[in-house]
Design a protein around this ligand. Structure first.
Ligand SMILES: Cc1ncc(COP(=O)(O)O)c(C=O)c1O
Length: 364
């Protein structure tokens, strides 16, 4: 057992994760839900998340082969989709050996795949650019390459047509409906399974549900939307980022707190210093006055977040002492709100929790 005394930790509730997965499945009853566990399952631990979803998720998706190999080495047996496809020929051999599914999205990748003889057939997801203009083939390119892939001996018959939304988190933006229409136009030419929806679409765009739906952020209990939403509000936060008070001091009206002396005491105040900083992944740009729960009571960040610590104005919190528990986000404090205060998104904040923060798993 590794020695630990620093109290900063991320508690990961695997029951909440499974409940969020079931919500995704219930919202797309005619299809299957692939669990997106790239970037170490958005900071939650890919191996532990894959194991927790073992009996539920028929397949997983990651960004690259390094992430997929880590899962195979840990004994994960489900198909694993590489969302950016192969980067080189060796990726193709490894994909065939380990039964990774490949997203193919540009002609160079497709040519490399067609020209590499492989011992086992590969399952291919063919990505179409329906308007995001990041990855994917145009409709014309799809018409050119689809038949070649279909007749290739080392490519499995069931090619899955797929695309990705640029604005599905904006429920009033008609870009998503346009992307769906463009995709469905292409589907009239190519029979077979398809995949469009990410979390925002699973929750808010039922017309996007297809045979495969790709749930990422919602699995971790964070809403992709900025506003309240009846389905998204059922999500359960999976990560609680917590720590403890390590020092308490009285400051006088007019005193300043922290680096740059940016926080000014408007009255005599009590400041608690907490073992949590930007080197743990708590965003440095989170402004003073952002809520932090101390002893189960709301208090406010005071001064700049430093590398390993942050200050909280606990003047109005009852009976503060060293060792008191602090929650930075979790069920009482949404990570989406903290991310918004720091002018970022929950995805960045969750994936930014650093390796030095131990992940403690509950509900195993
Ligand atoms: C191709 C693709 N599908 C699905 C997802 C999951 O998205 P979300 O986390 O918004 O559900 C991502 C994430 O970036 C992605 O790149």
């Amino acid at each position: 057992m590794q020695y630990r005394s620093r109290p900063a930790q991320a508690v990961i509730d695997l029951n909440a994760l499974r409940d969020n997965y079931r919500l995704a499945r219930n919202l797309t009853p005619n299809g299957q839900v692939l669990a997106v566990i790239k970037a170490d399952a958005y900071g939650h631990g890919a191996v532990q998340v894959a194991r927790a979803l073992d009996k539920l998720a028929p397949a997983f998706a990651v960004a690259c082969i390094e992430e997929a190999l880590q899962l195979r080495e840990a004994g994960v047996r489900q198909p694993i989709l590489l969302l950016e496809g192969p980067f080189c020929v060796d990726d193709l051999y490894l994909a065939a050996e380990h039964q990774f599914w490949l997203m193919l999205e540009n002609p160079a990748q497709i040519e490399m795949t067609l020209n590499t003889l492989l011992p086992q057939p590969l399952t291919i997801w063919l990505k179409i650019d329906t308007g995001m203009h990041r990855l994917g083939l145009s409709a014309e390119q799809a018409h050119r390459w689809y038949p070649k892939l279909q007749s290739c001996a080392h490519i499995a018959d069931n090619i899955i047509l797929t695309s990705h939304f640029a604005c599905a988190d904006e429920l009033n933006n008609d870009a998503t409906a346009k992307q769906i229409a463009q995709f469905e136009q292409l589907q009239t030419r190519y029979a077979g399974a398809a995949s469009l929806a990410n979390s925002a679409a699973i929750l808010g765009w039922p017309a996007a549900a297809k045979e495969w739906n790709r749930a990422g952020i919602m699995l971790y209990g964070a809403s992709p939307f900025m506003q309240p939403h009846p389905q998204a509000d059922q999500l359960k936060p999976v990560m609680t980022l917590q720590s403890r008070v390590i020092s308490v001091r009285q400051v006088k009206q007019g005193d300043k707190v922290g680096y740059g002396a940016s926080w000014l005491a408007k009255r005599d105040s009590l400041i608690a210093t907490v073992a949590m900083g930007y080197a743990d992944g708590y965003p440095r740009h989170t402004p003073s006055d952002t809520v932090v729960m101390v002893n189960g009571q709301p208090a406010k960040l005071a001064g700049r977040v430093s590398m390993d610590m942050l200050g909280v104005d606990v003047t109005d919190v009852d009976s503060i002492k060293i060792g008191d528990p602090v929650v930075l986000w979790g069920s009482e404090l949404k990570v989406t709100d903290i991310a918004a205060a720091a002018q970022t998104i929950s995805y960045e904040v969750l994936t930014g929790i650093s390796a030095r923060v131990p992940r403690i798993y509950i509900g195993c």
